[in-house]
Design a protein around this ligand. Structure first.
Ligand code: SF4
Length: 398
C-alpha cells in the first residue's frame, strides 16, 4: 500500500548507492531486536502498487528460500546471533507462499534467531490467498498478529483497484484469523478515484464491526510506473475530509490514533512499527528489504534474481546505503517521533541527538499555527489537526 504520508519503509529506504559486502564491520553483537522479512511475491500487481513484488515464476519460491538462508548466514557472520523482540513478515504477499514453503521459512528463522518469550510476530495476509493451513502453521509457531490487506469493503472499489478478492472474502479472512486467536489488523485505502465520503465511511463502519484490534489507513498516491500513475488528479476525492472523518469516528469506537496512519485498541499498538518511529534499529532481509543498524541505512536489491546472484557470489545484496551523520539522524528522528501521538520527548531527544537538534525542532514548529501542535515541558507532539497536514510540517523539518 502507499500513502501520502511518509511510510516507515520509505524512511528506511532513503539511501545512497553503495554495494559493499562488509558494511556491518565492527557491528558484532548488535543490539538490534527487530526483524523485517520481505516476501517479494504477489499473484498479480494491484493498479496502484509500487512496492517491491512480482508474480512468482517456476522455481522462484525455492530460489527465494535458499537465498534467504544465504543472506542470513552473511548477516549472522557480521552481527552475531540476534534475539528478537519483534518480527514482521510482510511484502508483497506472504500468503502467496504455499504452506510448505512457510514450514521452511519458519524453520529458517528458528535456525538463525532467538526470540524473547513475549516477542511480537506479525504476518501480512491477503484475503484471496490466506489458507487454513497458513493459520495453523502460524498458530503452531509464534505468530501473534495477522495484518490483512483488506483495503475496502466495497466490491466495486476492490475491483477498480485490481484486488484479487471481494468484500465477502475479506470478511472470511478476518473471521478466520480472529477465530484462530490472533490479534488482527487490517489496512484500508482512502482517496480512491471517485470514492465518496459515504463509501469510505461505510467501509470503516464495517471495519469497526469486525472485531479488529488495529486499523491502518493509507491515502492513495499515484505512483509513477503503475497503471494508475498517469491518472488525472481531478478524479481523486478530498482525502483530507476522509482522513478527518476517520480521526473522528475510530476513537469513538475504541481505536485510539497512536500514529498518523494507525489506530489501535488499548495495548494493541504495533510494537514493531513503534520501533521504526522511535528511531530503533532493525534488520531487513529478502529482496528490497531495508535495514537500519549502527547509524547506517541499507536497502537490498529488489529483484529476486539480482538479490540471489549477489548472495551466490558471497556478497550481501545491498543496493543502496547511507551512513547518517548526527545532524541527519536528529532530523529524521524528529519526523519519525512526530508521526506518533506520543511525539518527541524532550529529555530523551536532547540526550540522544543533542540540545541543538531539539532547539531546531522547536524553532521550526514555532512557525506553524498553534492548533497544529502541542509543546510543553515533557515534549512536542502534533495535534489531530497537525497530523492532517503533516506533509507540510515534514517539508520544513527534513
Ligand atoms: S497485494 Fe499489496 S504488495 Fe501486492 S500488488 Fe497489491 S498492494 Fe502491492
Amino acid at each position: 500500500m502507499t500513502n501520502k504520508f511518509t511510510t516507515t519503509d520509505d524512511n528506511s529506504q532513503k539511501a545512497a548507492a553503495r554495494n559493499d559486502g562488509g558494511f556491518f564491520s565492527g557491528a558484532r553483537a548488535s543490539s538490534c531486536r527487530s526483524l523485517y522479512v520481505h516476501v517479494p511475491f504477489c499473484e498479480r500487481k494491484c493498479n496502484y502498487c509500487a512496492f517491491e513484488s512480482a508474480p512468482p515464476r517456476a522455481g522462484d519460491f525455492e530460489l527465494y528460500l535458499a537465498s534467504l538462508k544465504k543472506e542470513l548466514a552473511l548477516r549472522r557472520a557480521e552481527l552475531g546471533r540476534l534475539t528478537l523482540g519483534t518480527c514482521y513478515i510482510g511484502g508483497g504477499t506472504p500468503t502467496a507462499l504455499p504452506p510448505l514453503a512457510w514450514d521452511e521459512l519458519i524453520e529458517t528463522l528458528e535456525e538463525f534467531f532467538d526470540f524473547v518469550p513475549e516477542a511480537e510476530v506479525t504476518v501480512e495476509a491477503n484475503p484471496n490467498s490466506l489458507r487454513a493451513e497458513h493459520l495453523l502453521a502460524w498458530r503452531e509457531w509464534r505468530v501473534t498478529r495477522v495484518s490483512v490487506g483488506v483495503q475496502s469493503f466495497d466490491g466495486a472499489e476492490l475491483e477498480m483497484m485490481g484486488r484479487l478478492h471481494g468484500a465477502a472474502q475479506a470478511h472470511e479472512a478476518l473471521s478466520a484469523a480472529l477465530a484462530a486467536g490472533f490479534a488482527v489488523s487490517a489496512d484500508f485505502i482512502f482517496g480512491l478515484p471517485h470514492q465518496s465520503l459515504e463509501n469510505w465511511a461505510r467501509t470503516l463502519r464495517e471495519a469497526v464491526r469486525c472485531g479488529l484490534s488495529h486499523i491502518s489507513l493509507y491515502q492513495l498516491s499515484l505512483e509513477e510506473g503503475t497503471p494508475w500513475g498517469n491518472l488525472p488528479h481531478d478524479v481523486l476525492p478530498d482525502g483530507y475530509a476522509q482522513y478527518r472523518w476517520a480521526q473522528w469516528y475510530l476513537p469513538r469506537h475504541g481505536y485510539e490514533q497512536y500514529e498518523i496512519a494507525n489506530f489501535a485498541r488499548a495495548g494493541r499498538e504495533s510494537r514493531h512499527n513503534l520501533n521504526y518511529w522511535r528511531d530503533g534499529e532493525y534488520l531487513g532481509i529478502g529482496p528490497g528489504a531495508a535495514s537500519y543498524i549502527n547509524g547506517a541505512r541499507m536497502k537490498n536489491s529488489g529483484l529476486l534474481r539480482e538479490y540471489a546472484a549477489a548472495l551466490d557470489a558471497g556478497r550481501l545484496p545491498i543496493r543502496e546505503s547511507e551512513r547518517l551523520d548526527a545532524e541527519a539522524r536528529g532530523r529524521e528522528a524528529a519526523v519519525l517521533a512526530l508521526r506518533t501521538a506520543a511525539g518527541i520527548e524532550r529529555a530523551e531527544f536532547a540526550r540522544e541527538y543533542g540540545v541543538a537538534a531539539l532547539s531546531r525542532v522547536e524553532r521550526i514548529m514555532s512557525g506553524f499555527p498553534k492548533n497544529l501542535y502541542e509543546s510543553d515541558e515533557r515534549g512536542i507532539r502534533l495535534t489531530k489537526s497537525g497530523m492532517r497536514v503533516a506533509n507540510l510540517i515534514w517539508e520544513e523539518l527534513v
